[in-house]
Design a protein around this ligand. Sequence first.
Ligand SMILES: Cc1cc2nc3c(=O)[nH]c(=O)nc-3n(C[C@H](O)[C@H](O)[C@H](O)COP(=O)(O)OP(=O)(O)OC[C@H]3O[C@@H](n4cnc5c(N)ncnc54)[C@H](O)[C@@H]3O)c2cc1C
Ligand SMILES: *[C@@H]1O[C@H](CO)[C@@H](O)[C@H](O)[C@H]1NC(C)=O
Length: 371
Amino acid sequence: MSQQQQQHIVVIGAGVIGLSCALHLQSAGYAVTIVARDLPAPFETICLSPRSHINYASPWAGAHNRWVPPTPSGDGAREHAMAVATYARMAALAAAEPAGAATGITFMKGIEYLEAPPAEYLALTPERAVGELGMPAFRLLAPSEFPDERVVWGCEYDTWCVNPMVYCCFLLRRFVWGGGRVVRRELKALAEVYALDLGLSGGEKGRIDAAVNASGVGFGDDDKVFITRGQTCVVANSCAATVTRQNADGSWTFSVPRNFDGGTVIGGTKEPDNWDADPSPQVRESLLRSFTATHPAILGESGELRVLQDIVGRRPTRRGGPRIEGEIIPGGGFVMHAYGLGGRGFELSWGVAQGVLDGVQRHLKAHQAKL
Ligand SMILES: Cc1cc2nc3c(=O)[nH]c(=O)nc-3n(C[C@H](O)[C@H](O)[C@H](O)COP(=O)(O)OP(=O)(O)OC[C@H]3O[C@@H](n4cnc5c(N)ncnc54)[C@H](O)[C@@H]3O)c2cc1C
Ligand SMILES: *[C@@H]1O[C@H](CO)[C@@H](O)[C@H](O)[C@H]1NC(C)=O
């Protein structure tokens, strides 16, 4: 397709979802512009004014991939397929940059401990986990490997973690290098993108063939969308694996090694509809205490944790799961929605990007057929 015929897609949002969609659309041959209020930047500068970026979820994530087995009735199968697609893409990205530093991706062991495992965990055999579900190197832990007697089920597998802002800056850099354009702008409504002067060559103001709504919790007219507050704490200590413990009372204890001088995230809370932007010192203490009890190796030679940063983030969650579907909005523009990823935005990102590309291609083909 020649330069003049390239179709133009505007992606709203520069979190992990907007960036992955933008890059994937660009690779498929579209001209892509990102319009976003918040853009990736070094975590260290984002932390200078955490409140002004609190509605930008991506910097505050771990972020690891934690395999979630779908239930036998099929709940979670769609999301699991997106996690498998993302795993493959992360492996390809990491392999193309062997030093790793450019991408912020690290492959390592994931370890899980459960106090009250649901049926889909109890049904996980290595054959099903590796063969059917694609969880590499899955192994059930023996009780002698559990940290204490409250844990009754455990496993390990191969997985990846990213340092979120190293990774998102990498995606943005790739996108711009590939010819993508970036506009920093806060929109009041999605339809506003059609009125922006995006400075397209030929001065065709507003010529947009499709838009992608990857705005997280940006425009609040979907009443299924809510936030899930997460408080975590970044420590300088390193950790060789990403460890997750699900307690019988519903609380979570986990570590996500960020690497690349990003320390390790120790978490974490999951609090629906809690808008408190300030970290609680008591919660920090209890998170660090619980994790150290489960995984004392985190203390290392020094025998203590060195705290770098408390984190409060808002996971952009949606009842019924992520929304990845097309819609014609008032005014006639086509938009592919890609929001509501909750606590799994990084882990499902490339699966979402593929769903968005499929939706855009389907729409543009049908639209062209009508002309
Ligand atoms: C404590 C914590 C731990 C987490 N751990 C993990 C993990 O281990 N693994 C994992 O996969 N996920 C994790 N997550 C979840 C993950 O952070 C989110 O799922 C993901 O960041 C969502 O990405 P997004 O691109 O949809 O939204 P966001 O990152 O919020 O991006 C939204 C984008 O839209 C833009 N935008 C919004 N409104 C407007 C507007 N009006 N005008 C213009 N632009 C706008 C924003 O500026 C931003 O660029 C965690 C989250 C938290 C809080
Ligand atoms: C776009 O995404 C937001 C979530 O940020 C959602 O509330 C809204 O309904 C979506 N659609 C439009 C047209 O804004």
